[in-house]
Design a protein around this ligand. Structure first.
Ligand code: GLA
Length: 373
């Protein structure tokens, strides 16, 4: 076993079922059942001081625990305790998102002369793959250890026409906890018909611990000089604009709350930040650093590196105090934020954006690394 915990011995036995992963890593348990009886499993893994729990339902990161500067662990991702809660209405807590992360305007696009109509689930638009996206799929999960790494291989086949998308899409996502405790996500997909693909992960971060209050004091840096302004339905209007002189300038780092209440039309449309930043590095063959999030109080820092050209920063605007997390505290507006690495929203209808087209014979690949210190 290549597992290596830097936490105090014996602390990793918590959880409602009281199981321990010592000597077995990753470890699998029954988490619950869907209404039709389908069993949902939970996998617990730890490496390099990071501890994570992943569900076969939606590939959901149900819990991600890292130490603060005193070595005290907290779950820094929002989630629920039961399958029922996830099914009843999760705003994508911790989930894998597909086939198309973010919005496609009017839920339609034309490819090779054929118009495709998608599942519309966000006003007039299609969001995060439609009403039954990958966040609601039951994934096949296989554990692995590889040298210093521990991880899970998740796979799922989406049928031709599902949610309106063309092509049978075979998707493989690998979650790796590295020996240094980083969480790496590798996405791969192939199709048997031309289609569009944009996969991402929808973890809600609160580096002080889920249920501990607002993230407005977290400091955020995003390596992007431009972002894509949106209309009132949060669909990009077209060409990127400069962040300089706007609340969207996170190039040198500032608190999430610093400009959040400015009467900027873009912020009013989204009730905060919920926009795509055009990463200065562009699409890259290997993951490159694009964002850093720090909670000065706990000392926890999250750094994100990706191959993707875009980053959706969503400041938890639609959390409204109606959902309750595992610590029994409700989640209110701004109690977490998402940093979703991606291609730009509505790319299938925006020829000037980097292409999200995938043809038979090609392999979609995307990698994002989350490092914790
Ligand atoms: C995404 C969207 C947001 C919101 C959340 C879920 O990040 O960009 O507008 O829909 O998912 O609530």
């Amino acid at each position: 076993m290549s597992s290596r915990s830097s936490g105090p011995a014996g602390r990793w036995s918590a959880g409602p079922l009281g199981f321990s992963t010592r000597g077995r890593n990753p470890v699998k348990e029954l988490f619950g059942k869907l209404a039709d009886g389908t069993e949902i499993h939970r996998w617990s893994l730890e490496n390099g001081g990071t501890r994570m729990k992943v569900l076969s339902y939606g590939g959901i990161v149900q819990s991600l625990r890292t130490p603060d500067r005193e070595g005290r662990y907290a779950d820094i991702s929002l989630g629920f305790d039961t399958v029922e809660d996830y099914v009843a209405g999760s705003p994508y807590f911790g989930a894998l998102i597909g086939r198309y992360g973010n919005r496609i305007g009017a839920g339609r696009f034309t490819l090779d002369g054929t118009e495709y109509r998608l599942s519309v689930n966000d006003g007039d638009n299609s969001l995060h793959g439609g009403a039954a996206g990958f966040d609601r799929a039951v994934w096949d999960v296989e554990p692995f250890t590889d040298g210093p790494d521990v991880g899970l291989r998740l796979s799922h086949t989406s049928a031709d026409g599902e949610q309106g998308y063309p092509g049978t899409l075979d998707v493989r996502v690998t979650y790796t906890l590295t020996g240094r405790g980083a969480w790496r996500v590798d996405y791969e997909a192939t199709t048997d018909k031309a289609t569009v693909v944009n996969l991402t992960s929808h973890v809600y971060w609160n580096l002080a611990g889920e249920g501990s209050g607002s993230v407005h004091d977290h400091e955020l840096t995003i390596a992007a000089s431009r972002y894509t302004p949106v209309d009132s339905g949060l669909i990009p209007t077209g060409e990127p604009v400069e962040v300089a002189g706007t609340p969207f300038d996170f190039r040198t780092g500032k608190t999430v709350g610093a400009d959040l209440r400015e009467a900027d039309r873009q912020l009013l449309y989204a009730k905060g930040f919920d926009h795509n930043w055009v990463l200065d590095k562009g699409a890259t063959a290997g993951p490159e650093w694009v964002a850093t999030l720090t909670d000065p109080a706990s000392g926890r820092t999250l750094k994100i590196a990706t191959t993707e050209p875009g980053l959706q920063f969503y400041s938890g605007n639609f959390l409204d105090g109606t959902l309750v997390g595992p610590t029994g505290r409700s989640y209110r507006q701004g109690d977490a934020l998402c940093l979703e690495t991606q291609h730009f929203p509505d790319s299938p209808n925006k020829p000037s954006y980097p292409s999200t087209l995938l043809r038979p014979g090609q392999t979609y690949r995307s990698t994002t690394i989350h490092s914790f210190t």
